[in-house]
Design a protein around this ligand. Structure first.
Ligand SMILES: [Zn+2]
Length: 327
């Protein structure tokens, strides 16, 4: 008997970016990776066609026999239906509403196709192949432009009625800033790429001329992103430290709620913003210790994501073996 490998075609549609690759679902090996900007301004059909074209390019150019490719997994950065069968809404692509994306992709490629939102897909990837390997209960938090998350409970993705794991929209400052979701003081309004960029830019515009934030901002043509803000923190910029400390304090409060509710073995933090883990980690520990009761303070384990973005593709690929959406 020959041992044929199983592969999946994986898509990571983030709204402004599109990635796709082939993945060996037994080993997590990624091949034929393509990354490109998504044509978000051109609308839903252009984005769909970009996915189809990228998928076809990969399948046409790969050396893997077609019969070893068992299915397609899609990670979608937006709101999807509870059963994973439709895109409900994209925040970046106009009019991408109520669209049966997996069915459309499936009929074109003639392969079973599954879809999850990006927070859940990334959590699965990190759980099966990354920092969460062997763990039965974990929360994965992805801090990028926004904040996504996924919850693994008792060795499976926990979805509740379909929307569980919206860590980014838990209220941590009731009188805090307005969020895109319509509420005030969500985690995302204080700890995210867009939040750090917004408050960082405001601080830069009012910064003292001899401050690190002013100098770093000038060197970057006034464009302040999370990484620049963290760099200003490393140089001891008082305003930058204030913004980051407030953000991480809010993040720690959110984490403490989850820890006391479900007592997970692990919290994994990933996403572009966490590249400044050296600055973030001590502050996250400080904040979680502040908000956790003594019984929980020693139990919580926080780690940095093993991957730097590919966890989402890996999780999407694993949907083909987990068959999550048929539950
Ligand atoms: Zn919100």
């Amino acid at each position: 008997m020959t041992n044929t490998a199983n592969f999946a075609l994986a898509f990571d549609f983030g709204g402004t970016k599109l990635a796709a690759s082939l993945i060996n679902t037994a080993t997590g090996t990624i091949s034929n990776l393509i990354r490109l900007p998504a044509p978000a301004e051109q609308g839903a059909d252009a984005c769909f066609q970009a996915m189809v074209k990228t998928g076809s390019t990969i399948l046409d150019s790969c050396a893997i026999p077609r019969e070893e490719i068992k299915g397609i997994g899609i990670s979608f950065g937006g709101i999807i239906s509870d059963d994973g069968k439709s895109v409900v809404k994209s925040m970046h692509v106009k009019n991408w509403n109520n669209f049966p994306l997996p069915e459309k992709i499936s009929s074109l490629f003639n392969l079973p196709t599954y879809m999850e939102n990006d927070g859940n897909a990334a959590a699965i990837g990190e759980w099966i192949f990354g920092a969460g390997k062997g763990v039965s209960d974990m929360l994965y938090i992805q801090i990028s432009t926004g904040v996504g998350s996924g919850l693994i409970l008792s060795n499976r993705l926990f979805k509740g009625q379909g929307m569980a794991g919206e860590f980014g929209h838990m209220t941590v400052e009731p009188d805090g800033p307005l969020c895109a979701c319509g509420k005030y003081g969500c985690v995302e309004t204080l700890t995210s790429g867009w939040a750090f960029s917004k408050y960082g830019t405001e601080a830069y515009q009012n910064a003292e001329m001899d401050s690190p934030l002013y100098r770093l901002g000038n060197n970057n043509l006034g464009k302040i992103d999370a990484q620049l803000l963290f760099e200003a923190c490393r140089e001891g910029d008082i305003q930058a430290v204030k913004i980051v400390e407030r953000g991480i304090d809010a993040l720690g409060l959110g984490i403490s709620y989850v820890v006391e509710l479900i007592d997970p073995q692990l919290i994994v933090l990933g996403g572009g913003v966490t590249r400044s883990w050296d600055v973030m980690y001590p502050l996250i520990i400080k904040a979680t210790q502040k908000y956790l009761s003594p019984l929980f303070q020693q139990r919580v384990k926080l780690v940095h994501s093993f991957f730097d973005g590919t966890e989402t593709l890996l999780g999407a690929a694993m949907l083909t073996t987990m068959n999550l959406n048929n539950n």
